[in-house]
Design a protein. Sequence first.
Length: 303
Amino acid sequence: MKTARELDYSLHHLCIYDDKPRENMFPYLRWHHGITNFFSGGVFHVTGEGHSDYTFMGCGGRAYQIQIEAPPFQFEYERNWWADHGRGYNHICWLTSDARASMDHLLANGATEVMPFEEFPTYDGFVVHDPEGRWIEIMEYTDDNFRVQEFTHAPSGQCGLEMIGNAEICADVDAMSRWYQDVLDLRVLEEFHEDTDQVVVLSDKNYDPDGRRSLFMLQNARTDFEKQHLADHGPYISAIIYQAKNVERAFDDGVWAGMLELQKPTRDSLTGLVTAYLREPCGSNVIMLTEHYAPGASSALAA
Ligand SMILES: [Fe+2]
Protein backbone atom coordinates (compact mmCIF):
# COMPACT_ATOMS: atom_id res chain seq x y z
CA MET A 1 0.00 0.00 0.00
CA LYS A 2 1.32 3.46 -0.89
CA THR A 3 2.02 5.93 1.90
CA ALA A 4 0.28 9.30 2.20
CA ARG A 5 3.53 10.99 1.12
CA GLU A 6 3.75 8.82 -2.00
CA LEU A 7 0.18 9.71 -2.98
CA ASP A 8 1.30 13.26 -3.74
CA TYR A 9 -1.75 15.13 -2.39
CA SER A 10 -2.49 18.80 -3.04
CA LEU A 11 -5.51 20.84 -1.96
CA HIS A 12 -7.72 21.72 -4.89
CA HIS A 13 -11.27 23.01 -4.31
CA LEU A 14 -14.24 23.53 -2.05
CA CYS A 15 -17.59 22.51 -3.55
CA ILE A 16 -20.77 24.47 -2.80
CA TYR A 17 -24.15 22.92 -3.51
CA ASP A 18 -26.50 25.58 -4.81
CA ASP A 19 -29.60 25.54 -6.98
CA LYS A 20 -29.21 29.11 -8.32
CA PRO A 21 -25.61 29.22 -9.51
CA ARG A 22 -26.19 31.88 -12.19
CA GLU A 23 -27.62 34.35 -9.69
CA ASN A 24 -25.37 33.45 -6.79
CA MET A 25 -22.06 33.56 -8.61
CA PHE A 26 -22.45 37.28 -9.29
CA PRO A 27 -21.60 38.52 -5.79
CA TYR A 28 -18.35 36.57 -6.16
CA LEU A 29 -17.66 38.08 -9.57
CA ARG A 30 -18.39 41.56 -8.21
CA TRP A 31 -16.03 40.75 -5.30
CA HIS A 32 -12.91 40.47 -7.46
CA HIS A 33 -13.28 36.80 -8.45
CA GLY A 34 -12.92 35.25 -11.88
CA ILE A 35 -14.36 32.09 -13.41
CA THR A 36 -11.55 29.62 -14.02
CA ASN A 37 -13.75 27.09 -15.82
CA PHE A 38 -17.41 26.41 -16.48
CA PHE A 39 -18.43 22.83 -17.16
CA SER A 40 -21.89 21.60 -18.05
CA GLY A 41 -23.51 18.70 -19.83
CA GLY A 42 -21.03 15.89 -20.45
CA VAL A 43 -17.82 17.97 -20.38
CA PHE A 44 -16.55 16.99 -16.95
CA HIS A 45 -18.47 13.87 -15.98
CA VAL A 46 -20.08 11.42 -18.33
CA THR A 47 -22.34 8.95 -16.56
CA GLY A 48 -25.72 7.42 -17.12
CA GLU A 49 -27.18 9.18 -14.11
CA GLY A 50 -27.64 12.73 -15.34
CA HIS A 51 -25.79 15.86 -16.29
CA SER A 52 -23.42 18.18 -14.50
CA ASP A 53 -23.29 21.91 -13.95
CA TYR A 54 -20.10 23.15 -12.36
CA THR A 55 -18.71 26.67 -12.12
CA PHE A 56 -15.15 26.99 -10.82
CA MET A 57 -14.03 30.37 -9.48
CA GLY A 58 -10.84 31.72 -7.98
CA CYS A 59 -9.61 34.98 -6.52
CA GLY A 60 -6.05 36.15 -6.15
CA GLY A 61 -4.55 32.90 -4.88
CA ARG A 62 -2.81 30.49 -7.17
CA ALA A 63 -4.31 27.10 -6.48
CA TYR A 64 -7.37 27.04 -4.22
CA GLN A 65 -10.74 27.34 -5.94
CA ILE A 66 -14.45 27.07 -5.22
CA GLN A 67 -16.83 25.03 -7.33
CA ILE A 68 -20.57 25.70 -7.42
CA GLU A 69 -22.39 22.49 -8.23
CA ALA A 70 -26.04 22.70 -9.21
CA PRO A 71 -28.87 20.16 -9.22
CA PRO A 72 -30.11 17.91 -10.66
CA PHE A 73 -27.20 16.09 -9.09
CA GLN A 74 -25.80 13.09 -10.93
CA PHE A 75 -25.62 10.57 -8.15
CA GLU A 76 -28.04 9.32 -5.54
CA TYR A 77 -25.59 9.99 -2.69
CA GLU A 78 -25.40 13.63 -3.86
CA ARG A 79 -29.17 13.94 -4.01
CA ASN A 80 -29.42 12.47 -0.53
CA TRP A 81 -26.99 15.07 0.86
CA TRP A 82 -28.95 17.84 -0.90
CA ALA A 83 -32.18 16.54 0.65
CA ASP A 84 -30.58 16.48 4.12
CA HIS A 85 -28.60 19.74 4.09
CA GLY A 86 -29.71 21.87 1.13
CA ARG A 87 -27.38 24.66 0.06
CA GLY A 88 -24.05 24.31 1.77
CA TYR A 89 -20.36 23.53 1.62
CA ASN A 90 -20.39 19.94 0.42
CA HIS A 91 -16.82 18.72 0.04
CA ILE A 92 -13.13 19.51 -0.16
CA CYS A 93 -11.20 18.01 -3.06
CA TRP A 94 -7.58 16.89 -3.15
CA LEU A 95 -5.58 15.96 -6.25
CA THR A 96 -3.47 12.82 -6.14
CA SER A 97 -1.11 10.98 -8.46
CA ASP A 98 -2.91 7.65 -7.86
CA ALA A 99 -6.63 7.71 -7.04
CA ARG A 100 -7.08 3.94 -6.77
CA ALA A 101 -4.23 3.59 -4.28
CA SER A 102 -5.55 6.62 -2.43
CA MET A 103 -8.95 4.95 -1.99
CA ASP A 104 -7.31 1.83 -0.54
CA HIS A 105 -5.23 3.98 1.81
CA LEU A 106 -8.15 6.14 3.01
CA LEU A 107 -10.48 3.18 3.61
CA ALA A 108 -7.74 1.44 5.58
CA ASN A 109 -7.32 4.52 7.78
CA GLY A 110 -10.76 5.46 9.09
CA ALA A 111 -12.48 6.94 6.05
CA THR A 112 -15.79 5.46 4.85
CA GLU A 113 -17.05 5.23 1.28
CA VAL A 114 -19.53 7.75 -0.17
CA MET A 115 -18.91 7.25 -3.91
CA PRO A 116 -16.95 4.21 -5.11
CA PHE A 117 -13.87 4.63 -7.27
CA GLU A 118 -14.90 5.56 -10.81
CA GLU A 119 -13.05 6.24 -14.05
CA PHE A 120 -14.38 9.32 -15.86
CA PRO A 121 -13.14 10.57 -19.25
CA THR A 122 -10.85 13.21 -17.74
CA TYR A 123 -10.07 11.89 -14.28
CA ASP A 124 -10.37 8.97 -11.87
CA GLY A 125 -11.97 9.72 -8.54
CA PHE A 126 -14.10 8.85 -5.54
CA VAL A 127 -15.63 10.38 -2.42
CA VAL A 128 -15.29 9.33 1.23
CA HIS A 129 -16.29 10.60 4.66
CA ASP A 130 -13.51 11.70 6.99
CA PRO A 131 -13.81 10.19 10.50
CA GLU A 132 -16.21 12.98 11.56
CA GLY A 133 -18.42 12.69 8.46
CA ARG A 134 -17.27 15.55 6.21
CA TRP A 135 -16.90 14.67 2.54
CA ILE A 136 -13.51 14.32 0.87
CA GLU A 137 -13.25 14.06 -2.91
CA ILE A 138 -10.09 12.69 -4.50
CA MET A 139 -9.22 13.28 -8.18
CA GLU A 140 -6.42 12.03 -10.38
CA TYR A 141 -6.23 13.72 -13.75
CA THR A 142 -5.95 11.09 -16.49
CA ASP A 143 -6.25 13.26 -19.62
CA ASP A 144 -3.11 14.79 -21.11
CA ASN A 145 -4.73 18.21 -21.43
CA PHE A 146 -7.67 18.48 -19.07
CA ARG A 147 -7.07 20.55 -15.92
CA VAL A 148 -9.18 23.06 -14.01
CA GLN A 149 -7.29 26.24 -14.79
CA GLU A 150 -5.28 27.97 -12.11
CA PHE A 151 -4.73 31.67 -11.72
CA THR A 152 -1.30 33.09 -11.25
CA HIS A 153 -0.79 34.31 -7.68
CA ALA A 154 -1.94 37.93 -7.89
CA PRO A 155 -4.03 39.53 -5.11
CA SER A 156 -7.16 40.95 -6.70
CA GLY A 157 -8.72 44.42 -6.51
CA GLN A 158 -7.36 47.48 -4.72
CA CYS A 159 -7.91 45.67 -1.41
CA GLY A 160 -5.59 42.82 -2.47
CA LEU A 161 -8.08 39.99 -1.97
CA GLU A 162 -7.04 36.33 -2.06
CA MET A 163 -9.10 33.17 -1.62
CA ILE A 164 -6.70 30.74 0.00
CA GLY A 165 -8.54 27.84 1.59
CA ASN A 166 -11.20 26.66 3.99
CA ALA A 167 -11.93 26.11 7.66
CA GLU A 168 -13.64 23.12 9.27
CA ILE A 169 -15.41 22.83 12.61
CA CYS A 170 -14.35 19.65 14.39
CA ALA A 171 -15.74 17.70 17.31
CA ASP A 172 -12.12 16.75 18.20
CA VAL A 173 -9.60 19.18 16.74
CA ASP A 174 -6.50 17.27 17.89
CA ALA A 175 -7.74 13.97 16.49
CA MET A 176 -8.64 15.53 13.16
CA SER A 177 -5.33 17.39 12.95
CA ARG A 178 -3.46 14.11 13.42
CA TRP A 179 -5.70 12.34 10.91
CA TYR A 180 -5.28 14.93 8.15
CA GLN A 181 -1.51 14.94 8.73
CA ASP A 182 -1.23 11.16 8.72
CA VAL A 183 -3.71 10.31 5.99
CA LEU A 184 -3.74 13.30 3.60
CA ASP A 185 -0.16 14.42 4.25
CA LEU A 186 -1.07 17.91 5.47
CA ARG A 187 1.52 19.72 7.58
CA VAL A 188 0.92 22.02 10.55
CA LEU A 189 2.06 25.59 9.95
CA GLU A 190 0.87 27.10 13.23
CA GLU A 191 -1.41 26.31 16.19
CA PHE A 192 -3.33 28.64 18.47
CA HIS A 193 -4.73 27.74 21.91
CA GLU A 194 -6.67 29.82 24.42
CA ASP A 195 -8.73 28.18 27.16
CA THR A 196 -10.95 25.70 25.30
CA ASP A 197 -10.51 27.37 21.90
CA GLN A 198 -8.14 25.90 19.35
CA VAL A 199 -7.21 26.64 15.74
CA VAL A 200 -4.71 24.50 13.80
CA VAL A 201 -3.46 25.93 10.49
CA LEU A 202 -2.32 23.29 8.00
CA SER A 203 -1.28 23.21 4.36
CA ASP A 204 -0.14 20.72 1.76
CA LYS A 205 3.36 19.85 0.55
CA ASN A 206 3.25 22.60 -2.08
CA TYR A 207 2.85 25.39 0.46
CA ASP A 208 4.77 28.52 -0.42
CA PRO A 209 4.15 31.63 1.73
CA ASP A 210 4.60 33.86 -1.30
CA GLY A 211 3.30 31.95 -4.29
CA ARG A 212 0.96 29.13 -3.25
CA ARG A 213 -0.59 29.75 0.14
CA SER A 214 -3.42 27.18 0.32
CA LEU A 215 -4.55 26.90 3.96
CA PHE A 216 -6.71 24.32 5.72
CA MET A 217 -7.82 25.36 9.24
CA LEU A 218 -9.24 22.94 11.80
CA GLN A 219 -10.95 24.49 14.80
CA ASN A 220 -13.64 24.09 17.43
CA ALA A 221 -16.91 26.04 17.15
CA ARG A 222 -16.11 29.48 18.57
CA THR A 223 -18.81 31.88 17.39
CA ASP A 224 -22.54 31.60 18.03
CA PHE A 225 -23.20 30.91 14.33
CA GLU A 226 -20.62 28.11 14.33
CA LYS A 227 -22.08 26.55 17.50
CA GLN A 228 -25.58 26.68 16.04
CA HIS A 229 -24.53 25.11 12.73
CA LEU A 230 -22.60 22.38 14.57
CA ALA A 231 -25.69 21.61 16.66
CA ASP A 232 -27.88 21.42 13.55
CA HIS A 233 -25.55 19.59 11.11
CA GLY A 234 -22.68 18.02 13.08
CA PRO A 235 -18.97 18.63 12.25
CA TYR A 236 -18.86 20.59 9.01
CA ILE A 237 -16.91 22.59 6.43
CA SER A 238 -17.40 25.98 8.00
CA ALA A 239 -15.86 28.78 5.95
CA ILE A 240 -14.00 29.83 2.83
CA ILE A 241 -10.87 31.66 3.97
CA TYR A 242 -9.95 34.95 2.33
CA GLN A 243 -7.11 37.33 3.09
CA ALA A 244 -6.71 40.93 2.06
CA LYS A 245 -4.00 43.55 2.15
CA ASN A 246 -6.75 45.97 3.25
CA VAL A 247 -9.38 44.08 5.27
CA GLU A 248 -11.70 47.07 5.80
CA ARG A 249 -11.80 47.80 2.09
CA ALA A 250 -12.26 44.12 1.21
CA PHE A 251 -15.11 43.87 3.74
CA ASP A 252 -16.83 46.97 2.31
CA ASP A 253 -16.35 45.63 -1.22
CA GLY A 254 -17.88 42.31 -0.15
CA VAL A 255 -20.99 43.96 1.30
CA TRP A 256 -21.32 46.08 -1.84
CA ALA A 257 -20.99 42.92 -3.94
CA GLY A 258 -23.89 41.23 -2.17
CA MET A 259 -22.29 39.42 0.77
CA LEU A 260 -24.06 39.94 4.10
CA GLU A 261 -22.34 41.31 7.18
CA LEU A 262 -21.88 38.82 10.02
CA GLN A 263 -19.02 40.42 11.94
CA LYS A 264 -17.12 43.59 11.09
CA PRO A 265 -13.30 43.43 11.02
CA THR A 266 -12.12 42.85 14.61
CA ARG A 267 -8.83 41.55 16.00
CA ASP A 268 -9.27 37.88 16.89
CA SER A 269 -7.98 37.31 20.42
CA LEU A 270 -6.84 33.78 19.59
CA THR A 271 -5.01 34.22 16.27
CA GLY A 272 -4.16 37.91 16.63
CA LEU A 273 -5.42 38.47 13.09
CA VAL A 274 -7.90 41.18 12.11
CA THR A 275 -10.82 38.97 11.10
CA ALA A 276 -14.28 39.60 9.67
CA TYR A 277 -17.12 37.25 8.76
CA LEU A 278 -19.59 37.55 5.89
CA ARG A 279 -22.43 35.38 4.65
CA GLU A 280 -22.04 34.35 1.03
CA PRO A 281 -25.11 34.10 -1.20
CA CYS A 282 -25.18 30.36 -1.88
CA GLY A 283 -27.31 29.41 1.08
CA SER A 284 -25.88 31.67 3.76
CA ASN A 285 -22.57 29.89 4.13
CA VAL A 286 -19.80 31.71 5.96
CA ILE A 287 -16.76 33.55 4.63
CA MET A 288 -13.80 34.27 6.92
CA LEU A 289 -11.79 37.32 5.88
CA THR A 290 -8.49 38.03 7.60
CA GLU A 291 -5.55 40.34 7.16
CA HIS A 292 -2.59 39.07 5.13
CA TYR A 293 -1.26 35.96 6.88
CA ALA A 294 1.63 33.89 5.54
CA PRO A 295 3.11 31.64 8.21
CA GLY A 296 6.61 30.37 7.49
CA ALA A 297 6.98 27.06 5.76
CA SER A 298 9.77 25.73 7.98
CA SER A 299 7.52 23.45 10.02
CA ALA A 300 5.72 22.26 6.90
CA LEU A 301 8.95 21.45 5.10
CA ALA A 302 10.32 19.64 8.13
CA ALA A 303 7.21 17.46 8.48
FE1 LIG B 1 -15.60 18.53 -6.46
